[in-house]
Unconditional design. Structure first.
Length: 495
């Protein structure tokens, strides 16, 4: 701990965002470039000598947070980079995309604003690339064993990098034309510019990982060929089977899934399209779903020039402070949070009738109605209580030209046939079944990430990738020195 009194003398200061009017005119990241480094050493000074760092337990990666906070406060960036990469393959991703359960578990957060752990992590990660602290780490020798990783999201990439560095020959199969999974086509550019993804992929290529894009496992390469060609197969396809909204009028045109809408906007940023065929420009938009995917749709629709955007959240508006009885420290509390997209929508007043920013809380969709051409024009909703029961006399109607369903995901998409060709056992909730060693019922086939765990956070995805890599390495060689931060049955801290 560089400054024993830092947590008492230095207030919390976060990475400032660019002015709303400026950032909604482009797709660049929302933060002020270069504004993080001048403040981050003092913020790292706020890390306490707390004795038992609960931030370790709150993060499934087991990040050595007090260690790299201390090193950053002393401006020893190389050592901080080493400690950060000891537990996390991709801190430049988590530093931008993770909701930071570590900060909820910060001991300082018991009665003060937490240490800005996520910002410190991002500062280290960016300094790594600026200073060249992340050279490729190819293995000294090859094991002669081969592994196929199906899916190039954070789980698949983490597993592939760990196994490649252990000396195995790894091929990653991705059904899309570019690598990255939802980080590529689900996460908007304003949350994470894809240059961060590209330079990490270049590092992996230099280490020896091989990639096959536009190749759907189960369709373009069959399960039998995968099993015969490779010594082990890792299923890391993610949970892309979206949940549906079964209400009258769902069949009307103009009602789209969020993951039909977001990839098109990302393709515009990639230069594949001049404009999105689902663009929100000039339209009244309603987003059904109050989570992160809904917020991504919100920020995207604002940048596309929507006439109005409203987001429906079925839960009641949470308070601004932790409920110590319902969600005591160090659990991750459900409190009112203002994402960059909600800040933008609130300042621009995209939804004048909303409860806060662009959100209508405790709102449940009853039905849609359309015009004579079969296109959606109205969304009918009702307020609900804590048990999601409709409240009498609270019905209302919103005009709408585009509805985006952001209701989460239930498990892997089985459309490519891989699950059925392999004969994988499935859990009742739609995820791939596995044992304590991440192994499925099919010998040599392992499952990790959202495909087996269910929809989760990026830190859990990377932790799963690292853990399944250790399990595969052990399966191939009889033992493993690779770290396994979590087990397949571990879950976040809850009451």
């Amino acid at each position: 701990m560089a400054d024993p009194k830092g947590f008492m003398t230095t207030p919390r200061e976060e990475w400032p965002r660019r002015p709303v009017e400026e950032r909604v005119r482009d797709w660049d990241e929302v933060y002020v470039p270069g504004a993080l480094l001048p403040i981050i050493s003092k913020q790292a000074d706020r890390c306490m000598d707390c004795g038992v760092p609960f931030c370790h337990e709150a993060c499934p990666l087991g990040n050595l947070i007090p260690e790299w906070n201390d090193l950053v406060s002393r401006e020893d960036w190389r050592a901080a980079a080493d400690r950060l990469h000891a537990t996390n393959n991709f801190p430049e991703f988590t530093g931008r995309l993770c909701p930071a359960p570590c900060e909820a578990g910060c001991v300082l957060a018991i009665n003060q604003p937490a240490v800005t752990i996520k910002n410190v992590e991002c500062a280290i990660a960016d300094r790594v690339w600026e200073e060249g602290f992340a050279p490729p780490r190819p293995p000294d020798r090859l094991s002669g064993r081969t592994v196929a990783v199906i899916g190039s999201g954070p789980t698949g990439l983490a597993a592939a990098q760990q196994l490649t560095r252990a000396g195995h020959t790894v091929v990653v199969y991705e059904k899309d034309d570019r690598l990255g999974g939802l980080m590529r086509y689900g996460i908007p550019e304003f949350k994470m510019e894809k240059r961060h993804l590209e330079r990490r992929l270049e590092q992996m290529r230099a280490e020896g990982t091989k990639f096959r894009t536009s190749t759907a496992a189960g369709r373009d390469i069959g399960a039998a060929e995968l099993r015969s060609r490779y010594d082990a197969v890792v299923i890391a396809t993610g949970a892309t089977a979206w949940r549906e909204l079964t209400v009258p009028g769902r069949e009307l045109a103009g009602i789209q899934q969020a993951m039909e809408y977001l990839p098109l906007a990302n393709r515009v940023c990639e230069g594949d399209l001049e404009s999105s065929p689902m663009s929100a420009a000039g339209k009244h938009v309603v987003i059904v779903g109050g989570g992160d995917t809904g917020a991504d749709c919100l920020g995207t629709a604002v940048r596309e020039g929507a006439a109005s955007v409203t987001q429906l959240d079925i839960y009641a508006q949470p308070g601004g402070e932790r409920d110590d009885d319902a969600e005591p420290w160090p659990t991750y509390p459900k409190i009112y949070r203002l994402s960059a997209a909600h800040e933008e929508a609130g300042e621009l007043r995209t939804a004048p009738a909303a409860d806060a920013d662009a959100r209508l809380f405790a709102a449940s969709t009853l039905r849609f109605t359309g015009d004579g051409n079969g296109h959606v024009r109205s969304l009918h909703l009702v307020e609900v209580d804590a048990e999601r029961r409709p409240l009498s006399g609270t019905g209302r109607t919103l005009p709408v030209d585009l509805v985006l369903l952001a209701l989460g995901f239930s498990g892997p998409d089985r459309g490519d046939g891989l699950v059925d060709q392999l004969g994988l056992a499935m859990e009742p909730r739609g995820t791939v079944a596995r044992d304590a060693d991440f192994a499925t019922n099919v010998p040599g086939v392992f499952a990790a990430g959202d495909a087996a765990r269910g929809q989760s956070l990026i830190v859990w995805a990377i932790a799963e990738g690292r853990a399944v890599a250790a399990a595969v390495d052990r399966h191939l060689t009889g033992s493993s020195r690779l770290p396994a931060p979590i087990g397949p049955y571990d879950r976040p801290m809850v009451v």
